[in-house]
Design a protein around this ligand. Structure first.
Ligand SMILES: *Cc1c(COP(=O)(O)O)cnc(C)c1O
Ligand SMILES: [Zn+2]
Length: 416
């Protein structure tokens, strides 16, 4: 089928490029590139039902809206990324005084984080252009996702991660069989090394906020929220609010792009408000938003939420715009509130890593600040599974007691 991928437009200078003219960022100013689709043709060819009746229980149901051709890989995890469950936990809604609350659990992706969406689409692109090696810098999840999606279809992958990445994430990289190189430095240093190395060796680079296809993968979460939540809201007059945790800012930018696609196609009448949530100790995007500027000043990031611990967000400009253009906002939360959020989500059966629970901590704060009306439809993304970082999870709970294996000891413990 003829593709509807027209090219790219720089998010800074607005210059347009043909699909094969550039590969990563704008050659003139380093700006992130937005993928341009042929919306007229898509609108002519498809109605909403043509999309919602597709059979793939994965992000590949949206192939007509993606700038890549079908990667194949039937029966493999690559084919199963996305289409994550959206829960409506009554106990949480009640606790927050909300009538319409959903939690979309991205921990249910094949490698247990949101990053599978980006990596699946980047691997599809890699196969389309015949790339031998795909490489990424990662705090852990992007790498695990790229390693897992690559392993699924026999693509070679190299992952650079900070040596401080949580052990579960490093284990995942290794088990998926990628070449794993731990950098004695932080994520930002691993990022720069990866860009330099891919130029030197001709590797295809997946880096977040650098490769334009990551946001195209991530936008599929917006499509799912639209299909699974918004289409069911009927004539509700209230504007939905979507809570997203933010590090580099590529998830919130991708989700913004996804809703904009649907809006341009005429399939989503009103844009939801996007609320970006950052850890207080890693708040470069939130700082810029609060200062009313698109000029992102680096910070010296420290937070328990390693997946959103970023000195210089690589997709900061578009991340600021995601909130500005949708009349959303940015909030910051303390590490102790992130840990508390892990416990709150756990109590309704959702196990989140710290960065995953950050968006929920943001919702709690937004409710306290009176920013959310009880009638507002609210969607919170849990971006990663709690199994990714067990050490952080244990901070959210009391250690379990140890007893002698006898009924007496049990009675003594239960005071019964
Ligand atoms: C990567 C990641 C994020 C943040 O995404 P950005 O695109 O860096 O803003 C949030 N949560 C988890 C679990 C992640 O892995
Ligand atoms: Zn530019």
């Amino acid at each position: 089928m003829e593709k509807t991928f027209l090219g790219y437009q720089c998010s800074l200078c607005g210059k347009e490029y043909a699909p094969d003219e550039v590969q990563y960022v704008c050659p003139q100013d380093g700006g992130n590139l937005n993928v341009i689709l042929d919306y007229d043709t898509i609108r002519e060819r498809y109605r909403i039902e043509d999309i919602t009746s597709r059979k793939d229980a994965s992000l590949w149901r949206y192939l007509p809206l993606l700038p890549v051709s079908d990667p194949g890989g039937e029966g493999t995890p690559l084919r199963m990324a996305g289409w994550t469950p959206t829960y409506a936990p009554p106990a949480l809604a009640e606790k927050l005084g909300l009538k319409n609350l959903w939690v979309k659990d991205e921990g249910r992706n094949p490698t247990a984080s949101f990053k599978d969406r980006a990596s699946a689409v980047v691997v599809a692109r890699a196969r389309q252009i015949g790339a031998e090696v795909v490489v990424t810098a990662s705090t852990g999840n992007a790498g695990a996702a790229l390693a897992g999606m690559s392993a699924a279809v026999g693509q070679r992958a190299i992952i650079f991660a900070p040596r401080t990445a949580p052990p579960a994430k490093v284990a995942q990289l290794l088990v998926y069989g990628a070449l794993v190189i731990l950098v004695d430095g932080n994520y930002d240093q691993a990022f720069d090394l990866t860009v330099t190395a891919s130029q030197e060796f001709g590797w295809y680079c997946r880096n977040t906020g650098y490769n334009p296809f990551t946001a195209e993968g991530k936008k599929t979460a917006a499509y799912e929220i639209w299909e699974n939540v918004f289409l069911g809201l009927g004539d509700s007059q209230r504007t939905p609010v979507v809570f997203v945790s933010v590090g580099d800012g590529n998830i919130i930018s991708g989700i913004h792009k996804g809703f904009k696609d649907l809006n341009t196609l005429g399939w989503l009448p009103a844009m939801p408000r996007l609320f970006g949530i950052q850890a207080e100790g890693s708040a470069a995007v939130a700082n810029a938003f609060q200062a009313g500027t698109e000029s992102i000043q680096p910070v010296s990031a420290t937070t328990v939420a390693d997946s959103i611990s970023v000195d210089l967000p690589r997709d900061g400009v578009r991340a600021v715009r995601a909130a500005v253009e949708t009349k959303g906002t940015y909030l910051t939360v303390k590490d102790e509130d992130i840990i508390k959020a892990i416990a709150e989500l756990g109590k309704v059966g959702i196990f989140a890593e710290p960065a995953g629970a950050t968006s929920y901590a943001g919702l709690v704060k937004a409710c306290q600040m009176g920013l959310i009306d009880p009638e507002d439809p609210v969607v919170v993304l849990n971006t990663g599974s709690g199994l990714k970082d067990v050490r952080a999870a244990m901070q959210a709970v009391q250690a379990a007691p140890v007893i002698e294996p006898s009924l007496d000891a049990l009675k003594q413990f239960l005071k019964m």
